[in-house]
Design a protein around this ligand. Sequence first.
Ligand SMILES: [Zn+2]
Length: 325
Amino acid sequence: MERISILELVEQIPDEASAYRFMEKLRWPDKPVCPHCGSINDHRFLNPENGTSRRTRTGSHSQRRVWKCRDCQSQFSVITGTPFHGSKVPLRTWVFVLFEMCANKNGIAAREIQRKYGVTAKTAWFMTHRVREAMKVGVAPKFSGTVVVADETWIGGEPKNMHANKRPTRGKGFSDQTPVLSLVSMDLGKNEVRSQVVPNVKGSTLRAAITEQTDLPNTTLFTDSAMAYRELTPKVARHVMVNHKAGQYVKRGAGTNAAENYFSQLKRSIDGTFHHVSVEHLPRYLAEFDFRYSTHQLTDTQRMQRLMGQTAGRRISYKRIAEQP
Ligand SMILES: [Zn+2]
């Protein structure tokens, strides 16, 4: 899909019917797929051929574009099985919020969505979190055959404690901060990052998390020289340890710089845009930043397309997909 600006998007989507059409292009580039049974039969379009609106059972008019599955006979629309399903917010507003969250490097605060789109604070908050939920990658294969940069950082606490150098904020007295482990897989323009909240930064915890996500014998691992990581040296193809304090990130190549850039972006955004993120919701914010970082080579609309694909895939079981010809 082509590159697009928010203004063009507003022009392209003047009403609900066009919002549905826009989402359909993203989710079903070829033809509608039944989200209930996975069928790609020629489903029956229930809206009148030439009109955009459809009379509902209660007698009101709806611009929701609806199909009836030829196989399982269920009705569905493009948002069935997505985080936008069952929401009272117009799909048009969802598309704009989705676009802003995909396009803005720092994300967008719920407060800004409230102001821009005239929804309540509570609605704005739920919208952003539903989109974040959709941005979660889910089950993915281990990183393999790449350079993986592993680093941990602390999120939260007083802003004045959140300078780039994480060392001084460690230890007792900073229990309001949450440790986060990020793994950046460096793969020629296909960099991917996976971040997770970890219960602590003990060596055993960090090593278990890295081992779970990484095919160690086929990985060149970049870490700092913390003891926690040293036990991984015999298990990986190559282990490069850099000394943060000595400023060796610059010296040891672009690889680790990318990871550092990711962390500073994450922290800047959480400080600047969100001010305070509770531990409970942190995994969703991490999913949002990971998603944008891992799709940085895509255009904003391609990124939306990826997101729609992800949400759709999650609701249909693998078995159902596999049964299709
Ligand atoms: Zn069906």
